[in-house]
Ligand binder design. Structure first.
Ligand SMILES: Nc1ncnc2c1ncn2[C@@H]1O[C@H](COP(=O)(O)OP(=O)(O)OP(=O)(O)O)[C@@H](O)[C@H]1O
Ligand SMILES: Nc1nc2c(ncn2[C@@H]2O[C@H](COP(=O)(O)O)[C@@H](O)[C@H]2O)c(=O)[nH]1
Length: 215
């Protein structure tokens, strides 16, 4: 029978970005289902709630005055205007999770990823999701049926610019087959947890083993 050995490690900030509609929210949800040791960062936004979304679950929905006050008071780890709305990552929950050695998942855009890179560097893992084609991206946005034609057109018009940032990311996944892309994302998470520098308890673990008598 096997039993697992627990070695202390640093938590990481696991960022997933993509052009709108490529599937990062879908993949993020599947990652949370598949791995219970990662928490999602719930962003604040001034965007109107979509059908089916819940306040405090998908986002914390706030008015622009509240958002700008929070931004001024330094309550965000990063924040950016995306498609005419404000989005921001609240500092508190992320810092607590990292201090406890837990991993945090971020569904944020390239501007947010750049800002996080300035703050955390070594604890940051970045994944960019590409659609299999431009046509597939358009169809996913249309079929999601949660945004007006005008909003879909705006997101498509910015897709090229968003895609141009793919080279700033450590990993890139083409989300053609959802099952495969989900497995690939999970594999990145698992491999990154095993990086030697993240395993802060390794030294003690190895020392105790070397010091053991017998065998
Ligand atoms: N591999 C896939 N094949 C087909 N449809 C997919 C695939 N992945 C995601 N979808 C669908 O594409 C639509 C867009 O996905 P999702 O909402 O996850 O995109 P997103 O990148 O989070 O977009 P946004 O940035 O606008 O939030 C959804 O309806 C989702 O079910
Ligand atoms: N920089 C940040 N970007 C964020 C954050 N939360 C979400 N996002 C990105 O905004 C767009 C649009 O999202 P949608 O839910 O309105 O479709 C998408 O690229 C998200 O990744 C955030 O806190 N900071």
């Amino acid at each position: 029978m096997t039993s697992s050995v627990s070695i202390a490690r640093r938590g990481m900030l696991f960022v997933v970005s993509s052009p709108s509609g490529a599937g990062k929210t879908t993949l993020s949800r599947r990652l949370l289902e598949a791995d219970k040791d990662i928490d999602i960062s719930i962003s604040f936004t001034t965007r109107p709630m979509r059908p089916g979304e819940k306040d405090g679950v998908d986002y914390s929905f706030v008015g622009e005055n509240t958002f700008l006050r929070m931004q001024k008071d330094g309550e965000f780890l990063e924040s950016a205007k995306v498609f005419d709305n404000w989005y921001g990552t609240p500092k508190g929950p992320v810092m607590t999770a990292i201090e406890e050695g837990r991993d945090v998942l971020f569904d944020i855009d390239w501007q947010g990823a750049q800002q996080l890179a300035e703050v955390v560097r070594g604890d940051l893992v970045t994944v960019f999701i590409l659609p299999p084609s431009r046509q597939a991206l358009f169809e996913r946005l249309k079929n999601r049926a949660q945004d007006s034609d005008e909003v879909v057109a705006k997101r498509m018009s910015q897709a090229d610019h968003e895609i141009s940032h793919y080279a700033e990311y450590g990993y890139v996944i083409v989300n053609h087959d959802l099952e495969l892309a989900s497995r690939q994302l999970l594999a990145i998470l698992h491999a990154e947890r095993l990086r030697r520098r993240r395993q802060t308890g390794l030294r003690d673990f190895v020392q105790s083993m070397i010091g053991e008598d017998g065998a």
